[in-house]
Design a protein around this ligand. Sequence first.
Ligand code: HEM
Length: 141
Amino acid sequence: MTPEQKDIVRETWEQVGTIAETAASLFYDRLFEVDPTIRPLFASADMAAQGEKLMTMIGVAVANLDQLETLLPAVEALGRRHVAYGVADSHYDAVGSALLWTLEQGLGDVWSEEAADAWETAYGILSGVMRSAAAAEQVAA
Ligand code: HEM
């Protein structure tokens, strides 16, 4: 990511933080619309708590954009746990698209093509680490 992209991600995330709960619920509604096969994976989840965990994890990644390598073990472990949650590789694109849509809704005029590119890159890095760890786990299993 370029330094400019990191700045955009940090600034936009700070703004989303003020509406974190709304953003999380918008996100899951959108996600289940984009890919209805995902809803059953959350059948036993407390969605309010789940939303908080997701926002916290993204927040940690955003806060550590300059040293993402320090998060690698934790993000890889997160990817491996997602295999046990029944998450398939194809689900990551649905989550990425619902996430960008949610940010766009939440940010209104602040949203831009640059912001979309920056977030796509950031999500691509994070989800890429999770997906690789998940794929390696499935080969090993
Ligand atoms: C960058 C991408 C993602 C992040 C940061 C993320 C983050 C999290 C976190 C922090 C948890 C809490 C449990 C734990 O720490 O193990 C969780 C649980 C979960 N996530 Fe994700 N996730 C991501 C992608 C996905 C995708 C693509 C799916 C598929 C639809 C998904 C579905 C789930 C499910 C089903 C649970 C368990 C819910 C429950 O029953 O409690 N996640 N996720």
